[in-house]
Design a protein around this ligand. Structure first.
Ligand code: ARG
Ligand code: GLU
Length: 712
């Protein structure tokens, strides 16, 4: 059966003519691209996708805690997102006794759902083009400082006017196309979110970091939450009296058979792309910045990974951190590889030549645009030392050894205790840090952290120019690290806690001498004095040039389909369900099945362990109505242009039904953040039928499936 399907795909692959579509489109501009979506097979009207007058798909889609995406799948506010998006919440509710990461969790009724007061979801109520209003009063003769000030004022006023009569509603204006356009996002947050269910990591994170960013994929990357509202269905803080939210729209779910070539759309909140980088910057990223960051993270991962495998407590403590560090690390490696294969640099350079040739055609264009490419590349060359120093500081201070950033939080308490006291803020400050410490040490292993500090410091020093680090650090870093290791109170809660609990002169004296705190302050100071101002000036200049550069593209190449880079706002990407052939001599199928989970099963490798229950159910073969031609699809790929933030986004069919949850891209396509390649760029989606099977059969939570609207 499988073979037959493969041949069929191959056949389709050769004969389908329309190829993938680059771009993440602004939903309110749906009329511009709706007809193109129809050529791909879409059956919905524009109004059914985005509307402010009637319920539309957009009302079922939320941003999940400011990063990922989630979709509403029942009239009682049930939402689906990825396991990795719910990961922090699942981990926060996990302990050695209740290990929901290891065992999964399924609430049997509303009462068993777990409150996550730190979570929020954001609805988009309206997207409005406000370019003209934002630029009102701006004239060509103004200095750029004056222009920036005026724009800022206009934005502040417009945002205020839009929100004055409703406190839940927020209005935010964001620049699009590097400041050539502005849109206002009218949004509404809901803050009572509860965990309803999650599969064990052996399903939700199956394949772990080995398979992350990789096709073929077998990850059941989903988790289930619910939005709660007050009695009037309005946004409210957590309260026992809150009710499940009643949405304007929830996505029906389709379990119908699928095939290569079917229309797909991803509707969600892509975070950030950089399609317009000039060649100089792209080169710097590919050859200097990313390799340096990769090397730094590699050091940390080499220490964390074996420690996690050796100890169950460490595994729980470091699971979330490790996943976060490894995720970008692996993506960056994929991006560099992909960009090289695409010959991205020479493509950029060729386009820059074309751009300049075009600019030379008209006097106006020549004046405005001809020089901008060279200016950008020159500016980059002059400043990349600071950009690199900033990147390495972020990696070292915020991603590396935790003792640095944790101890830094105590600066004010240690050095301004008297001031805090006289302002009556001391108790509050001490209590806040006590609480922070409790959370921190729950997931902290000092020995590991010291190893990380020792391993990452030389990398920080190697890539940061000597005039941009604390004085003398190149010579004395080993002494500093030793001193922290031997004498810092931050290594252990048993040395820090008593100082906080009995806050007084003695504690102040102790903290003021603490080697970790002093070192973190030195690092921060060096960054603030030597790097940050230069970097800020650089970015300021660069933004101006980029706005002009992209403005030139919009003006001089009106036929080019230019989409605005992702900026964490709601977007639509469309294309079709399809495989790919990213390397010579090989073809990726468009879907995987549960058989592949069993093929990858390896009890010796923590990324590929399965629970006994899973193996039992597989052997039993009770796959209900979720099969297609005797197979249970687990994941599939499509040619929708997506990026980080699209995790958890609904994959929607031609009729507006949910068919899967987006969670990744293939490694060969991660360069699409900089340059899209229609033949290779594929996003990875977990099939909704596998999700339902896991909820229904594995989790024995069929009441959740019953709550959803399933079209057969
Ligand atoms: N690569 C996906 C994303 O960027 C999934 C990450 C979570 N999974 C993991 N194994 N770390 O978010
Ligand atoms: N896993 C990513 C996320 O968390 C999506 C993958 C991508 O970058 O496309 O948003």
């Amino acid at each position: 059966m499988r073979k037959l399907a493969a041949i069929f795909t191959l056949f389709l692959g050769i004969h389908t003519s329309v190829s993938a579509v680059e771009g993440m489109w602004i939903p309110s501009l749906i009329d511009m691209f709706h007809s193109d979506m129809v050529t791909y097979g879409l059956k919905l009207n524009a109004d059914e996708i985005y509307s402010t007058n009637q319920a539309s798909l957009k009302d079922a889609i939320v941003q999940f805690n400011g990063g990922c995406t989630a979709e509403i799948v029942s009239d009682q506010g049930l939402i689906l997102t990825n396991h990795h998006c719910g990961f922090d919440a699942i981990q926060k509710h996990s302990s050695l006794e209740h290990d929901y990461l290891r065992d999964g969790f399924w609430a049997k009724n509303f009462n068993e759902e777990l409150a996550c007061p730190w979570l929020r979801v954001t609805f988009v109520r309206e997207i409005r083009d406000v370019t003209e209003d934002v630029l009102a009063g701006v004239t060509e003769s103004m200095s750029s400082e004056k222009i920036n000030m005026l724009i800022k004022e206009n934005i502040a006023k417009l945002e205020e006017d839009a929100t004055s009569n409703n406190s839940h509603i927020k209005a935010k204006i964001k620049p699009f196309n590097l400041g050539n356009e502005y849109y206002m996002l009218i949004t509404e947050d809901y803050n009572d979110i509860r965990l309803v269910g999650t599969p064990p990591s052996a399903i939700g994170k199956y394949g772990g970091d080995t398979d992350n960013w990789v096709w073929p994929r077998h990850t059941g990357d989903f988790s289930v939450f619910r939005i709660y509202a007050n009695q009037n269905n309005e946004s409210a803080k957590y309260s026992e009296d809150n009710q499940p939210y009643k949405p304007a729209h929830s996505l029906p779910i389709s379990c119908k058979p699928k095939k290569s070539g079917d229309f797909t759309m991803i509707y969600g909140f892509p975070g950030h792309t950089d399609q317009h980088y000039a060649s100089g910057k792209l080169k710097f990223y590919m050859e200097t910045e990313r390799p340096a960051r990769i090397k730094m993270r590699q050091k940390t991962l080499d220490i964390i990974k074996p420690a996690m495998n050796a100890n169950q407590l460490t595994k729980i403590q470091y699971a979330s951190k490790q996943a976060r560090i490894a995720n970008a690390w692996k993506k960056w490696i994929g991006q560099i590889g992909g960009l090289k294969q695409l010959n991205a640099l020479s493509k950029k350079q060729n386009f820059e030549e074309e751009y300049m040739a075009k600019a030379a055609e008209k006097t106006d264009w020549k004046k405005n645009y001809y020089g901008v490419v060279a200016d950008l590349n020159k500016l980059q060359a002059q400043n990349e030392k600071y950009e690199l120093a900033r990147a390495m500081f972020i990696e070292y201070f915020y991603v590396g050894a935790e003792i640095i950033r944790f101890s830094n939080d105590f600066e004010e308490l240690a050095f301004s205790s008297d001031k805090l006291e006289s302002e009556g803020k001391l108790d509050e400050a001490v209590n806040k840090l006590l609480r922070r410490s409790k959370n921190f040490y729950k997931n902290y292993n000092a020995d590991l952290d010291m190893q990380i500090l020792t391993a990452t410091t030389p990398v920080y020093l190697e890539y940061t120019s000597a005039d941009l680090i604390p004085d003398g650090l190149n010579q004395n870093w080993e002494n500093i690290v030793n001193d922290i290791q031997e004498n810092s109170v931050f290594r252990d809660s048993s040395t820090l806690q008593p100082l906080l609990e009995n806050w007084g002169k003695k504690s102040i004296k102790k903290l003021q001498k603490d080697p970790a705190l002093l070192y973190s302050m030195k690092l921060m100071n060096a960054y603030r004095m030597k790097v940050a101002p230069k970097y800020a000036a650089f970015v300021n200049e660069e933004e101006k040039l980029m706005k002009r550069y992209v403005g030139g593209m919009l003006e001089m190449f009106p036929d080019k389909k230019i989409w605005a880079d992702a900026n964490s706002t709601l977007r639509i990407a469309y294309g079709k369900l399809e495989g790919s052939a990213p390397h010579d001599g090989m073809q990726y199928l468009h879907y995987t099945t549960i058989d592949g989970i069993m093929q990858k099963y390896d009890p010796e490798n923590p990324d590929f362990v399965l629970t006994d229950r899973f193996i039992e159910l597989y052997k039993k073969g009770d796959f209900g109505d979720y099969l297609q031609d005797d197979e249970l699809w687990v994941c599939f790929t499509a040619s929708n242009h997506t990026t980080g933030g699209n995790s958890g986004s609904p994959c929607i069919d031609a009729e507006g039904n949910l068919i899967g949850i987006n969670f990744d891209r293939s490694w060969e396509s991660t360069m699409s953040d900089f340059m899209f390649d229609e033949s290779r760029c594929r996003n990875i989606i977990v099939d909704i039928r596998y999700v339902l099977w896991v909820i229904d059969k594995y989790g024995e939570a069929s009441h959740l499936v019953d709550e959803m609207n399933i079209v057969k």
